[in-house]
Design a protein around this ligand. Sequence first.
Ligand SMILES: CC(C)(COP(=O)(O)OP(=O)(O)OC[C@H]1O[C@@H](n2cnc3c(N)ncnc32)[C@H](O)[C@@H]1OP(=O)(O)O)[C@@H](O)C(=O)NCCC(=O)NCCS
Length: 410
Amino acid sequence: MSTPNDNPVPTVRVLPETLHRAAAEVFGGAYLIGPVTDQMWERSLPMYRASLVQGIVEDDGVVGGVARSWEVELDVPGGRVPAAAVSSVGVRADRRRRGYLRALMQAQLQTTRDNGALVAVLRATEASIYSRFGYGVASTYATLKVTRRRAVLRPGAAAERRLKMITPEAAVRELPAVYERIRTARPGTVSRPSWWWAGMVDRHLHKDRPVWVLCTVDDDDQVDGFLLYTVNNRDGWDDPQQAVVEVLDLRAVDERVELALWQAAFGIDLSEHLLAHGRPLDPVLDLALVDPRAAVTTDVEDETWLRLLDVPAALSARSYGAGEPVVIGVDDQLMPDNSGRYRVSTDGVQRTDAEAELHCEVGELAAVYLGGTSFTQLAAAGRVRGSSEVLARADALFGTPRLPWSGTYY
Ligand SMILES: CC(C)(COP(=O)(O)OP(=O)(O)OC[C@H]1O[C@@H](n2cnc3c(N)ncnc32)[C@H](O)[C@@H]1OP(=O)(O)O)[C@@H](O)C(=O)NCCC(=O)NCCS
């Protein structure tokens, strides 16, 4: 078989540790980060050690393209599934458009499924790349811009909490366990490996951006929420219009504790605005503010790109709303054994020979899997076929009370 440019289909292999730095070099070049210094490599090592690194090694030993993944747990409606988180996908600038990415994706999908993942999840540099590989946008996020002096919460909205400030080093040590304990079952949330925490904090400190960490503490002295923030344009302190507090991470055991953290953020003096990237599209903050325009949502973008690796197992792993069953016909060109007809009901999912009432590609099924998009919306865009009655039935089964959101960038 040949690629469109008549280059032979490249062989993808799992790279041994001895080639991980070369893989990181390909990644550094592809993402325009630059050469990997010893210091950068030291920081990246735990991440590579914990990952499945796949790559294309040419006859002369040159690594031409790479893709990295690691095991996570992904919250889905009513459950949690083993998933592969995908990142560091890159091809050398002199090896592009000859099928390297396609070969990498095909190998990665197969290997991660063989290793037990039911779905793969990633964040895309460009939104035009991944649908051809069966990925769909399963969650979205946005930026919140808050005008601090207008931001007042309705009385009683926030939980009463004591605040405790800890160092970034203590955050890296202590917050992974807190995150796992308070992690709510919101579809789209993923587990965070310890190296992720170190990398997140380090990324800012390394760029000489300070990181502060405020925690909420409950009556039993347990940390039940945390806020990590930095400041952009520190030189602007003379003029608070210029200094912007940037929320890097804000998680809490429930919405009222989350609001206690927002209240703490509103109390950070010497800046006019707060900026929080990557927040959910249904922020509780909007409804809790006396002046809802104090927080403006901007820059809505795709967050989780999701690929169903094992369609029957992934469909069976989530719960469904009340309503009549529906038979969905699924087409998966890259992983054909996923293709077929599935009867989805409140009680579960089975393969069936019954006629499909609704037809979609595997990427469209991925888009509705966490409840972030409806079949009706996809049909309006011509991406799913079915009558409006069937679409409404499918929406009742797949819909979720809150929008999916991850809030973990990788
Ligand atoms: C994106 C990237 C990995 C593509 O690698 P590549 O080896 O040139 O891709 P391929 O030749 O295998 O192309 C596979 C398909 O994807 C398409 N494609 C490749 N790069 C694309 C891009 N940037 N935007 C849209 N489509 C793209 C190709 O047209 C081809 O489509 P087809 O199969 O329908 O004909 C490479 O350009 C790169 O390293 N970019 C910088 C890093 C990056 O953005 N990585 C993605 C991280 S999420």
